[in-house]
Design a protein around this ligand. Structure first.
Ligand code: B4P
Length: 191
């Protein structure tokens, strides 16, 4: 089994690159952003609660997200491996993920961290706003999401760095350029 975290600030291309990685390397994709948006659109109790945070650019509480991930991992016991997209986003989530995987006799093998300058992040998310219909793709909320990333999510990279599991990838080129760089790192484990 090979388990990968695709990491980076909001708008760095985690969702975009995950689709490429899934189709090339046949990993099971788990995106907490997609799972939460699905709950919001179905207006489940979890979705109604999560929306309050997402609309303000804040992280959804850890216990909500961790419970969601745990059941998602259990849905595909025979997966070749998982690609975690947008998760973990806090140190508490990282520790919970490590425990869940340990219970399944596996672990996180690699964290690929997309490096993209802040002006480019904002430019991309404002560009997406025109078509995404996402209530969190507007300038005020984007600024809050980036602030939340620096305060709560960036420490996750340091957490995995202490185990030597982090590779930093230049993420401000084209989608294809970035995918080539990511693919080279993944091939070291999967070929
Ligand atoms: P996410 O859905 O994870 O959203 P994101 O970080 O904004 O997006 P991503 O980095 O995937 O960017 P994308 O590929 O789409 O989270 C949304 C919200 O959900 C969070 O703010 C939070 O409230 C909540 N949430 C999610 N997970 C959580 C967790 N674990 N804990 C607590 N709360 C959680 O790319 C963005 C745009 O750039 C797209 O338009 C794309 O086409 C474009 N793009 C991508 N790569 C490009 C490139 N190389 N060149 C040009 N454009 C590019």
């Amino acid at each position: 089994m090979f388990n990968l975290i695709l990491f980076g600030p909001p708008g760095s291309g985690k969702g975009t690159q995950s689709s490429n990685i899934v189709s090339t390397f046949q990993l099971q994709h788990i995106s907490t952003g997609d799972l939460l948006r699905d709950e919001v659109s179905r207006q489940t109790p979890l979705g109604v609660e999560a929306r309050k945070y997402m609309d303000q650019g804040l992280l959804v509480p850890d216990e909500v997200v961790i419970g969601m991930i745990s059941s998602k991992i259990d849905e595909t016991p025979n997966a070749r491996g998982f690609i975690f997209d947008g998760f973990p986003r806090t140190k508490a989530q990282a520790e919970a993920l490590d425990k869940l995987l340990e219970f399944k006799n596996t672990q996180i093998h690699l964290l690929l961290s997309l490096q993209v300058p802040e002006e480019e992040l904002t430019r991309r998310m404002l560009g997406r706003a025109a078509t995404s219909g996402r209530s969190d793709d507007n300038e005020e909320v984007i600024t809050k999401r980036i602030k939340e990333y620096h305060a709560k999510t960036a420490p996750v990279e340091n957490y995995y760095d202490q185990f030597g599991k982090v590779e930093r990838i230049k993420g401000d080129g084209t989608i294809d350029d970035t995918f080539k760089l990511l693919g080279k790192e993944i091939e070291k484990y999967l070929l």
